[in-house]
Design a protein around this ligand. Structure first.
Ligand code: HEM
Length: 514
């Protein structure tokens, strides 16, 4: 998802790290003196000591751990709010439910903005002209209101029921074909990803596309996510001369993104102007809401390049997140066959022999408990998008300054024994029998926040949940799932690739139900 990927950083570029101390000694000395005298007056959250200028950047990069693991290891020592200095950026990391509630709900307005972008993100967000990247203000309000009211309202989401049904049928066909060609073994993430991508494409553009076009758009989106991965010069801009090749690549990918999506945008524009020209065009799409969108404080409606950006946000926001949740769901069912058989029993008693659809899904309490537990234990992005404050603020008694990146470690909250009993256990019964409860929006109290909380909460919360539930229900209704190569033994290690997926991408054996 555009800048919806969860990683605040990724560890690499050891070579330049080694050279850096020789390049900058005098500069380091001067800046260090200035910043330490400034910092003395503030009550900043504690954190590991770092080096002048580069701060903790070397430690994070050299640790060899994924960023979320590095943070997890710091929490016992520094507590639920800590500081990491990442070059020129100061990161405050919040990992407790109470502090998340204080920031996102009680002081929601102050914590509702985003930090300034790095140059790559500025390009791909059309200078912060997206819901997710916009500063808290009129542009964000206009874009978000449009997305929520005109596209993601319950009534509107229902209108796209057909697109979901078609994508689910295709998913089942693809799984059957792949199993037939591979001794009953299928890749889970890849297939789930394709299914949800097709739904979002059709909601976004409202035009039919052949498989080749779908693959092309998908590849373009993946290339965008790859170049958005943070680079060392994002944290230390003075190193940017070393990254000219990467900058060239950024411009190439942006050009490719525009060249791929603009023809689809024009096709839709044409279909609206001449309804007779494309009989397959849907009656409504996200693009329709954007063509003439009025933005507070702006005279013009979005340009084609901005439409490319807004469509990409829509596609990226819900693709990897949803597919990641489905992969973990399959892993948990394989690990625990009782969960799978209870799901199957519930589907059979609710719908009998007919195909399960999204209306049925609302009446399946066990399925809903499984999905909720899934989002608790495996929030697809372990961190929310980066927040920032609109003015100097306090959090947990510490100073938070504008310009600092405020990161919320939602997985840390899900795993907190002060909040959950046996948090490490995957146990849908905690919700099914009502032993534990949680408001997933965090409004009445934060216990889990896979979609964030407060003003910047994910606007795709309901639709994302429907996609996960529906896909899971269809997958269980059609097939019996077991592990490959060893049934029952599933390696639950994680890795960060835009979202936190399984380290060894899940392969499963499937057997059609009779
Ligand atoms: C299981 C599926 C999904 C998960 C787990 C998820 C998760 C998240 C998270 C954690 C955030 C950050 C919230 C914050 O910064 O406080 C977010 C924001 C966002 N999500 Fe989702 N998301 C999902 C599906 C979707 C879908 C389907 C869409 C739209 C098609 C979408 C669009 C967005 C947008 C536009 C934002 C930015 C909101 C803002 O800044 O105001 N997401 N999502």
């Amino acid at each position: 998802m555009d800048s919806l990927s969860s990683s605040p950083t990724s560890p690499y570029y050891h070579l330049i790290f080694t050279a850096l101390p020789f390049l900058l000694p005098a500069f380091i000395f001067l800046i260090a003196r200035k910043s330490s005298s400034n910092a003395k007056k503030l009550n900043l959250p504690p954190g590991p000591p770092g080096y002048p200028v580069v701060g903790n950047l070397f430690q994070v990069a050299r640790s060899g751990k994924p960023f979320f693991q590095y943070v997890r290891d710091l929490i016992p020592k520094y507590g639920p709010i800590l500081t990491l200095k990442m070059g020129t950026r100061t990161m405050i990391i919040v990992s407790s439910a109470d502090l998340a509630h204080e920031a996102l709900i009680e002081k929601g307005q102050v914590f509702a903005t985003r930090p300034r972008e790095n140059p790559t993100r500025t390009i791909f967000s059309s200078n912060k002209f997206t819901v997710n990247a916009a500063f808290y203000g009129p542009v964000w309000r206009s874009l978000r209101r449009n997305m929520v009211q005109n596209m993601l309202s319950a009534a509107r989401v229902k209108e796209f029921r057909r697109a979901r049904e078609a994508a689910m049928d295709t998913l089942i066909c693809r799984l059957k074909a792949e199993a037939a060609a591979n001794n009953d073994v299928v890749w889970v993430l890849k297939n789930a990803r394709f299914a949800v991508f097709c739904i979002l494409l059709s909601m976004c553009f409202g035009i039919e596309m052949d498989d080749e076009t779908i693959e092309k758009v998908d590849q373009t989106m993946k290339n965008v996510l790859i170049v958005l991965d943070p680079r060392l010069d994002d944290f230390l801009p003075l190193l940017s001369p070393f990254f000219s090749k990467q900058r060239t690549r950024v411009h190439e990918v942006r050009k490719q993104q525009i060249e791929t999506l603009v023809p689809l945008i024009e096709k839709r524009r044409n279909a609206i102007r001449n309804p007779e020209s494309d009989k397959t065009a849907a009656s409504f799409s996200y693009l329709d809401t954007l063509f003439d969108l009025k933005i507070e404080g702006r005279k013009s409606s979005p340009t084609n390049a901005e439409l490319v950006t807004l469509c990409s946000e829509f596609l990226n926001g819900g693709t990897d997140t949803t597919a990641t949740a489905v992969e973990w769901a399959a892993a948990r069912m394989i690990e625990n066959p009782e969960i799978q058989s209870r799901l199957y029993d519930e589907i059979r008693t609710t719908v009998g022999a007919k195909k399960v659809d999204e209306k049925d899904v609302e009446n399946m309490p066990y399925l809903n408990a499984v999905v909720k537990e899934l989002l608790r234990k495996h929030p697809p992005t372990y961190f929310l998008l980066t927040h920032a404050v609109t003015e100097p603020a306090k959090l947990g008694g510490y100073d938070i300054l504008p310009g600092t990146n405020v990161e919320f470690f939602s997985q840390g909250i899900s795993d907190d024994p002060n909040v959950w009993s046996e948090p490490e256990k995957f146990d849908p019964d905690r919700f099914f029998v009502g032993r534990e409860e949680a408001d997933i929006t965090g409004t009445t109290g934060v216990k889990m926040m896979p979609f964030g909380a407060g003003r910047r909460i994910c606007p795709g919360l309901s639709m994302g949940t429907v996609h996960i539930s529906l896909m899971l229900a269809r997958m269980v209704q059609e097939f019996e799932w077991s592990g490959y190569p060893d049934n029952g033994k599933v390696d639950l290690s994680e890795k960060l690739v835009f979202t936190v997926v399984m380290k060894n991408s899940l392969r499963a054996k499937i057997k059609p139900r009779v």
